[in-house]
Every structure is written in structure tokens, then in C-alpha cells.
Ligand binder design. Structure first.
Ligand code: AMP
Ligand code: MN
Ligand code: MN
Length: 338
């Protein structure tokens, strides 16, 4: 396909008009997002499917390694997201779209569904210098991939109907913590206003997404809060969850969403960390930080990434080892004013 609107020929970045032209030229699509999809990943996948249908496309498949979390299962189209466990025999997309992640490695087994010949489109807002796609729009100034997609609808002159607006609103509202995080910009509110004008019930969405909590999540929260530790004169707070906790309270991975914020929300805390033992040799680290601490840069050394204020990494070492190492290095960096 010709590069109609290249912005940066080396990383094959382009503007959204170029992305829209590329999508118009294709006829069958595979849409995916990062593993353990959050509201932005799910909302963006579904909004992209709505966008393509509005362009008259009908051959569209959404796939993810992990199920759609139950708090997002009511979104229009959520029931059609396939699990990457079973690949349809006739799947042959001529375009693959990766959302809310810039690297194929963040997709897990779903990446095995990508035909080597199909161009990979990447729309993402994470700090990523070298996204994997051939047609990329990666811009960390956007609060959410959903905010990029609102721009795509506007650029391509595609009307946003109520179903698409619900998906986009969930994407933006969740990644901004309900329009409270520092990534919330005037554009974020302007786009949210457009989504309200499309007829969504924002109060009902907020209740479903931010307020209602599974009993299993509540039980996890009890343990996590009880174990919270503070260091560096209260500038660092951290807690942990073991694999045994998860089994004992029958929690799902989706129940962990937002739990790290309780560490960050303690007054005076600049860095909040949640350590989770996924198995005896693997630890998932989630960091929430305020400037000047750069969580994404810090976790890049552990093979992770994300944003300055919110980042994650999966480290192949036991919980106790990872926790001791990361706490020590964080205290040192805080002491150096970084
Ligand atoms: P989490 O702590 O998992 O909620 O992730 C916080 C942010 O970091 C999100 O934007 C994630 O997409 C990103 N992130 C989490 N884990 C990784 C990883 N292993 N590599 C790159 N980015 C990640
Ligand atoms: Mn995400
Ligand atoms: Mn996101």
C-alpha cells in the first residue's frame, strides 16, 4: 500500500488521515490490544470495529488473549471478542490493527494470528520510540487510545453513534481515572462532550465501571490495604498480592484493576507500587508515580513500560527478590530527587 501521509518515514509514523486512507483500502480486519485488556483496550477495540463498520466493512474480527473483564462485558460488541485459544480456520485479514500497545510482544499469543503479509496498523498513546507497525500513529499526548480514535472518527468524517460513543467513553474515562489524572487535557473534555452529545448515559457508565466491585475484589482489597508499607518518609508506599491470595479469595486478574491506586493515594506518596506474584518465579509490578519520578523509564530496565505516571512490568524472579530490589532502587532514586 502506498504511504500517502508519512510523517516520519523511518518509524513509518503517519497522521490519522493516512491511517484512515489505509483502513479504507483494506477489506478484512483483525483488531487486537494488549493482554489483560483494560477499559481503554476493550473500548478501543470495539470502537475500531464500529468505525470500520461505518466505513461499510463487514469482515472484522476482534481477538484478545484474555477475556473482556465483566465490568466491560455490557459494551456493544464485547460478546464478539474472540479468545486467541481457537483460531478460526478461514481467518485471513488483509489488515491487522493493534490498539493501546505499540509492540507485538504486548499482545501475547494473539500475535500468532497476524498473517506475515498483512500490514500492521498501530494506534497507541504509550511512550514507545519504535512501534512494531508499518502504519503507526503513536502519540503520548493523548490520554487514551480511545481519545485517538475519537480523532480518527472526526478526521475521517465518520459520525459517532451511541454504541461507538459508549465504547469510546469507557476507553477515555478509565485511562483518565474518571477525568482526574494528569493526562486529562482540554481536548479530553471536549471529546467527552461529543460523546455525551451522542446520547450516552455517563452516570450509568461510571457506576458500572468505577463503583460496582466484585466481592472477590473487595476481599483482595482488604488484604492489600492491611499489608501496605510506607518508606522514604512516606514518599513511597507499596503492597503485594500472592498467587495464594488470588486462589483463596477466588479473584480474577481483572479484580486487580485500580488496586495500586490505593498506594498512590496516600497523602505524601510520590511512588505507589503493587507487586503481584503470578507464579513462584514471576512477579508483575505496577507503579503509579508523580513527577519527577518516571515510572515507564524506571520499569524499562525490567523489560516493562507504559507512561511516566503509570507503568508496569512482568519480571521473571520471585516476589520477595523483585520487591526488595525495586524498593531499594526506588528509595535511592527518591533520595536523588529523580
Ligand atoms: P498496569 O500497572 O498493568 O495497570 O499498567 C500501567 C501501564 O503500563 C499501562 O498503560 C500498561 O499498558 C503499561 N504496561 C503494563 N505492563 C507493561 C509491560 N510489561 N510492558 C509495557 N507496558 C506495560
Ligand atoms: Mn491499556
Ligand atoms: Mn491506554
Amino acid at each position: 500500500m502506498p504511504e500517502t501521509h508519512p510523517v516520519d518515514a523511518i518509524s513509518q509514523r503517519m497522521d490519522l488521515a493516512g491511517i484512515a486512507d489505509g483502513l479504507r483500502a483494506a477489506s478484512s480486519f483483525l483488531i487486537t490490544a494488549h493482554i489483560n485488556p483494560d477499559g481503554d483496550a476493550v473500548g478501543s477495540m470495539l470502537a475500531m470495529a464500529h468505525f470500520l463498520r461505518a466505513l461499510g466493512k463487514t469482515d472484522i474480527v476482534c481477538v484478545n488473549d484474555d477475556p473482556v473483564p465483566s465490568i466491560y462485558a455490557w459494551l456493544p460488541g464485547a460478546q464478539d471478542v474472540l479468545s486467541s485459544d481457537v483460531k478460526p480456520a478461514d481467518l485471513a485479514p488483509d489488515a491487522v490493527i493493534l490498539l493501546d500497545a505499540g509492540k507485538k510482544a504486548r499482545v501475547g499469543r494473539a500475535a500468532e494470528w497476524f498473517p506475515p503479509t498483512a500490514p500492521l496498523f498501530v494506534l497507541d498513546h504509550h511512550l514507545e520510540e519504535h512501534p512494531d507497525g508499518v502504519r503507526c500513529f503513536v502519540d503520548p499526548s493523548y490520554s487514551a487510545t480511545g481519545e485517538i480514535l475519537v480523532d480518527l472518527f472526526l478526521t475521517a468524517n465518520v459520525p459517532i453513534d451511541k454504541a461507538a460513543a459508549e465504547c469510546l467513553y469507557v476507553a477515555i474515562a478509565t485511562d483518565t481515572g474518571g477525568f482526574r489524572f494528569s493526562n486529562t487535557k482540554p481536548r479530553t473534555h471536549r471529546y467527552a462532550a461529543l460523546l455525551l452529545e451522542a446520547g450516552i448515559d455517563a452516570a450509568q457508565i461510571s457506576s458500572r465501571v468505577f463503583e460496582v466491585m466484585s466481592p472477590e475484589k473487595f476481599e483482595l482489597l482488604r488484604r492489600v490495604l492491611d499489608r501496605m508499607q510506607r518508606e522514604a518518609d512516606g514518599r513511597l508506599a507499596y503492597t503485594y498480592i500472592t498467587a495464594r491470595d488470588m486462589t483463596e479469595v477466588c479473584a480474577k486478574v481483572e479484580d486487580l484493576d485500580g488496586i495500586v491506586n490505593f498506594a498512590r493515594n496516600i497523602m505524601g506518596v510520590e511512588v505507589g507500587i503493587l507487586f503481584r506474584e503470578t507464579d513462584p518465579q514471576t512477579t508483575k509490578v505496577s507503579i503509579r508515580a508523580s513527577a519527577p519520578f518516571n515510572a515507564a523509564a524506571f520499569l524499562a530496565a525490567y523489560g516493562g513500560g507504559g507512561h511516566k505516571a503509570a507503568a508496569g512490568a512482568t519480571v521473571h524472579a520471585p516476589l520477595n527478590t523483585v520487591r526488595a530490589d525495586i524498593i531499594e532502587r526506588t528509595i535511592k532514586l527518591l533520595g536523588e530527587g529523580k
